[in-house]
Design a protein around this ligand. Structure first.
Ligand code: GDD
Ligand code: MN
Length: 406
């Protein structure tokens, strides 16, 4: 196909209902292609009802017949290919299918809707040629890159997800690990096993190749002008569903694939934070009820269950609620189901110690904020929120001996 000193690239473009974009995109890419390297465009269509696949098919045939007649020199180092798939089966399987059916030494993945500007493709090729054993990433989140046309909500979600991924999955070195635009040597993508439910293929590759150098190239992501997005709602729903499921039951027992584990690590962290807060709220309620029921309400001369001085009652309330918090967090939040006396007692003491630290942090923050004229009601929320989160992390790490991000 190509002689040995020609570098070759396969540009994989998955499409679903992109009839308004696909031919325009192909032409733009063709216009920008350097002729020095062999390049193929591989369109992977999931039998789009709007006829995207047929359009591309016709375009290829038409191109063939004109080259036969005129013999354009451009086509020497270039071809275009279409892969028809039976039906819509998700972005990642389409990409993997495209990779399998392509032949370039290097692979470039991009969207069909002009969100990824065709003129960065030659830059990425150039960059990959200069750093042949690395992953070149089109990046929205380094200097010079940006996002145009996304509503605030989606922007927030995307940055939030990137931060979570960067820190939760330990891919800190990359600013835009959720990018859909990237270039890399074939070996790095070809044999990777992808959970079909995953939707961020680059992330998966980065997590599994921590030692491979990466380089980000800034570009401006422009939200699609034509056609409809296929993913937003589903993607968000899947993520939310995973959190909810984990929130209620913890991870499913039994075999979990590495991919699932990796994808779910940040979800798992979030769900544990959620459970921890829920337990905290239950503790507040228990604390309140116990304190209230035990105390003799002198002012109103009401005598409830017993007749204890109200401050004593409140201490008992705090002690009972800390204890219930401890057991609920042990069993539910951190899924630690071993209850032998020695280690449980050790954990209990540690938990109480961490609560004390949390309390000190909370009071210090509260003091600092209120003294700096931040309204009390706001300071209180912030202080409790921060203290509880620090508390969570401390207990996760030191009381229940889990890794913080795992
Ligand atoms: N063959 C195939 N099958 N293609 C699909 C499918 C599918 O099931 N679902 C989506 N595509 C194609 C679309 O036609 C488009 O070319 C590309 O995949 C991206 O789909 P969009 O619907 O435009 O997704 P998006 O704009 O919400 O998301 C993009 O942005 C992310 C960055 O935040 C995607 O490119 C992600 O890859 C990217 O990470
Ligand atoms: Mn898009």
């Amino acid at each position: 196909m190509s002689n040995s000193n020609i570098v070759s690239f396969s540009i994989i473009i998955p499409t679903y209902n992109e009839s308004e974009n696909v031919l325009r995109l192909i032409r733009e890419i063709e216009k920008n292609l350097p002729t020095s390297d062999f390049t193929e465009i591989v369109i992977v269509d999931d039998n789009s009802p709007d006829g995207t696949g047929k359009l591309v098919e016709n375009y290829i045939n038409q191109q063939k017949s004109t080259t036969e007649k005129e013999g354009s020199p451009k086509t020497k180092n270039y071809r275009i290919k279409i892969v028809h798939r039976i039906g819509k089966n998700g972005l990642i399987p389409a990409i993997m299918d495209g990779v399998k059916q392509s032949s370039g030494q290097n692979v470039i993945i991009m969207d069909a809707d002009f969100s990824h500007p065709p003129d960065v493709i030659p830059k990425m090729m150039q960059e990959l040629k200069m750093n042949p054993n690395s992953i070149i990433i089109g990046s929205r989140y380094i200097e010079g890159g940006k996002v145009v046309g996304w509503p605030k909500k989606r922007r927030l979600l995307s940055t939030g997800a990137s931060i979570l991924a960067r820190f939760g999955l330990n891919v800190r070195r990359v600013k835009d690990p959720m990018s859909g635009l990237f270039a890399l040597p074939r070996e790095l993508i070809q044999n990777i096993s992808i959970d079909t439910k995953g939707y961020k293929i680059l992330l998966e590759i980065l997590v599994k190749n921590k030692e491979i150098p990466t380089k980000e190239i800034p570009y401006t992501f422009i939200d699609r002008q034509s056609g409809k997005s296929k993913m937003d709602r589903n993607v968000i729903m899947n993520y939310a569903e995973a959190i909810w499921q984990l929130y209620r039951h913890g991870p499913k027992s039994g075999q979990v694939t590495i991919n699932e584990k990796v994808n779910k690590r940040s979800v798992l962290f979030l769900s544990k934070v959620g459970r921890y807060y829920t337990v905290g709220i239950s503790g507040l309620i228990i604390n309140y009820i116990v304190s209230f029921l035990l105390a003799n309400d002198v002012a109103n001369s009401i005598r409830l269950l017993s007749n204890v001085w109200y401050l004593e009652a409140s201490i008992i309330g705090a002690a009972i609620s800390s204890t219930s918090n401890f057991f609920l967090n042990k069993y539910w939040t951190f899924e630690d189901k071993r209850f032998d006396v020695r280690s449980t007692a050790r954990q209990y003491l540690s938990f109480i110690g961490m609560s004390a630290i949390g309390l000190i942090i909370q009071i210090a923050l509260l003091y600092y904020m209120v003294e700096n004229l931040i309204p009390y009601r706001i300071s209180l929320i912030v202080a409790i929120g921060i203290a509880t989160t620090i508390n969570f992390i401390l207990n996760k790490k030191f009381t229940f001996k889990e890794k913080v991000w795992a």
